[in-house]
Design a protein around this ligand. Structure first.
Ligand SMILES: C[S@@+](CC[C@H](N)C(=O)[O-])C[C@H]1O[C@@H](n2cnc3c(N)ncnc32)[C@H](O)[C@@H]1O
Length: 278
């Protein structure tokens, strides 16, 4: 039986292989939510993938997998694309987003804040982690983007599923749309720090991950029940772990990675098998 108290068991389909080939094997119009982050073409030392394509080849490749996502995404689906810039490549994220714009509508742009310093009368408090940049030109880079693409720009979201309480409680009575509830839309700045780890090789054995919470927020914001969630660039599986944290919303997770080592880690953490792409 499946209901609110007894959510369905999530089915995991983790496949080792190229996501473009993998997505071709999926039926069109079947995926509710895509949360993903591709390689950024910055020469990151992945264990299999070579992260240094010529620039135009890289952008053409992005368009190819974007078309694959567009084919399988439902008309009311959501595609959350995490992208960051290198300081020396300040237009990177926008160039990839512009490629996506050939097949998708950009419905929301979310800023993933990894670290922030807040000045108060009592002093300054800093939160979160970032990789410091030793530079006279560039600031430390403490944020990335989460572009929310949809096919028609009309996908309804559950904003309050990732909402926050009102700071000023008098707003609850002031605005009729609150219906008396102490919840408002969080907005498009999401502070999500990386978890502190002691040993990268064992605790987070992948060079470019996003936190589980990032994907969980995307799934909750999309908000549809029985969702089929896909991550074409699964890495060590943070999107799948996020789905596991949302058993009331997710029925199936499909993930691809070209690197068997990463899928092995994901399948161990998730307690499910992975298989080679047919
Ligand atoms: C930025 S990482 C994703 C990390 C993931 N979000 C996580 O938190 O673990 C990009 C991943 O894409 C994989 N990859 C590169 N080309 C691929 C392809 N054609 N098909 C599937 N996966 C690919 C790489 O092996 C790498 O693990």
């Amino acid at each position: 039986m499946t209901n609110e108290l007894f959510p369905s068991v999530i089915e995991f389909s983790l496949q080792h292989g190229d996501c473009i080939a993998g997505m071709k094997q999926l039926a069109e119009d079947t995926i509710d939510v895509v949360v993903t982050s591709p390689p950024y073409n910055l020469g990151i030392d992945y264990s299999t993938y070579k992260d240094n394509k010529p620039h135009s080849e890289y952008l053409n490749w992005c368009l190819e997998w974007a078309k694959g996502i567009a084919r399988v995404l439902k008309s009311d689906g959501s595609f959350f694309l995490n992208l960051g810039n290198a300081s020396s490549e300040p237009f990177f994220a926008f160039e990839v987003a512009t490629q996506m714009g050939q097949v998708f509508t950009l419905q929301n742009t979310i800023h993933w804040i990894k670290s922030i310093s807040i000045d108060r009368d009592e002093g300054t408090n800093s939160f979160g982690h970032f990789k410091p940049i030793n530079s006279e030109r560039y600031l430390n880079d403490c944020h990335e983007y989460i572009f929310h693409f949809t096919l028609e720009g009309k996908t309804k979201l559950n904003r309050l599923a990732v909402g926050v309480p009102y700071q000023d409680k008098s707003n609850i009575a002031r605005w009729s749309h609150t219906e008396g509830k102490d919840k408002r839309c969080r907005g498009n700045t999401w502070f999500i720090p990386y978890k502190t780890i002691n040993h990268r090789a064992t605790d987070r054995p992948h060079p470019a991950t996003f936190p589980t919470e990032l994907a969980a927020k995307c799934i909750r914001l999309h908000g549809k029940k029985n969702a089929v969630v896909m991550d074409p660039f699964l890495g060590i599986g943070h999107t799948a772990m996020a789905a596991k944290e949302c058993p009331d919303l997710v029925s199936k997770v499909i993930g691809f990675d070209i690197d068997e080592e990463y899928l092995k880690v994901a399948s161990e953490i998730l307690g499910c098998a992975y298989k080679p792409l047919k």
